[in-house]
Design a protein around this ligand. Structure first.
Ligand code: C2E
Ligand code: MG
Ligand code: MG
Ligand code: MG
Length: 290
């Protein structure tokens, strides 16, 4: 599977490397190097107010383009990181880089241009139970001059938290910092409601599986309507994922969900492209500040 070239460990992706296990091994062998040598990047997807279409935040989505493997799907290498012991290092890198980038955009924009804006970062369960995670987050925020309410941490509903007590301690610590916790892919797990009872959360992200066909599929309509009601009774914020059509956007507004992301508005984009978009969204304010 792994072929050494000239003494350097380079894993070559070949046609024979068919099985998932072989790919997994190749990914594992290269991931630590990638984290450390700067070959990971982050794509940013706008999160918009459905009525005004103004950007109210972005979600940071990690990307890895390997010289021979090519682009590696985040679901694959995040999964590998979680199965090995790399999730902490990967997650810390994404958090630090996303917050740094957010501060950089702000410094390029006129004061107040990013008021109310938040950056969303996905985290792994391993990070949630790490003893020093709250201080890691506090440190990253402080170094970059962000306040806690400008950060949303997303934990996928499928995340298996091995230590509820440790996770709860972290979640309460994050709450004290003002950081919001979102349940990602909400509605797809076995215990969506139990999650709400177990953990203090602020936001539900409606899984894109319920959203992409919304407006045409009556089951999706009923499910999303229920999630909106749930969010209202628990006083939670809502973000719909995977909005691909005007029909879905209109149905979300009709049901009372005001914030969303999806290809209809924008695909994830590079930090540079997102910066350009932000400046375009604040043209008057930007030129006044020149
Ligand atoms: P997620 O957190 O639920 O992120 C949303 C995914 O939906 C992204 O896929 C995004 O590109 C995709 N998406 C957004 N709008 C649309 C749409 O309108 N239609 C469709 N079909 N897809 C849309 P991506 O970037 O491939 O990420 C996949 C998953 O990998 C993420 O799902 C998240 O669970 C995980 N992930 C990505 N970055 C990180 C990270 O830095 N840390 C951790 N722990 N997980 C990450
Ligand atoms: Mg997410
Ligand atoms: Mg999601
Ligand atoms: Mg997902």
């Amino acid at each position: 599977v792994a072929k050494s070239r000239g003494g350097n460990e380079v894993v070559v992706f070949t046609a024979e490397m068919e099985t998932r296990e072989q790919v997994r091994v190749a990914v594992e062998m290269n991931l630590l190097t990638a984290i450390r040598d700067g070959s990971l990047t982050i794509a940013y997807q706008p999160i918009v107010d459905l009525r005004t279409r103004a950007m109210v935040g972005v979600e940071a989505l990690v990307r890895w383009h390997h010289p021979t493997l090519g682009p590696v799907a985040p679901e694959l290498f995040v999964g590998v990181a979680e199965a090995t012991n790399l999730a902490g290092e990967l997650g810390d890198w994404v958090l630090a880089e996303a917050v740094r980038q957010f501060a950089a955009w702000r410094s390029e924009l006129p004061p107040g241009a990013l008021a109310g804006f938040a950056i969303s970062v996905n985290i792994s369960p391993v990070q949630l139970i790490a003893i020093d995670f709250v201080s890691t987050v506090a440190g990253v925020l402080e170094r970059n001059g962000l306040s806690g309410d400008e950060l949303i941490l997303e934990v996928t509903e499928h995340a298996v938290v091995s230590d509820d007590a440790a996770a709860l301690k972290t979640l309460h610590g994050l709450r004290e910092l003002g950081v919001a916790i979102a349940i990602d892919d909400f509605g797809t797990g076995y215990s969506s409601l139990a999650q709400l009872k177990r953990f203090p959360v602020n936001t539900l992200k409606i899984d894109r599986g319920f959203v992409h066909d919304l407006g045409r599929n009556p089951d999706d309509f009923s499910i999303v309507r229920s999630i909106v009601k749930l969010a209202e009774s628990f006083e939670l914020d809502l973000i719909a994922e995977g909005v691909e059509s005007e029909e879905a956007a209109a149905t979300l507004v009709e049901l009372g969900c005001r914030v969303a992301q999806g290809y209809l508005f924008s695909r994830p984009m590079t930090a540079d492209a997102l910066g350009t978009t932000l400046r375009g969204q604040n043209p008057g304010r930007y030129s006044r500040a020149q």
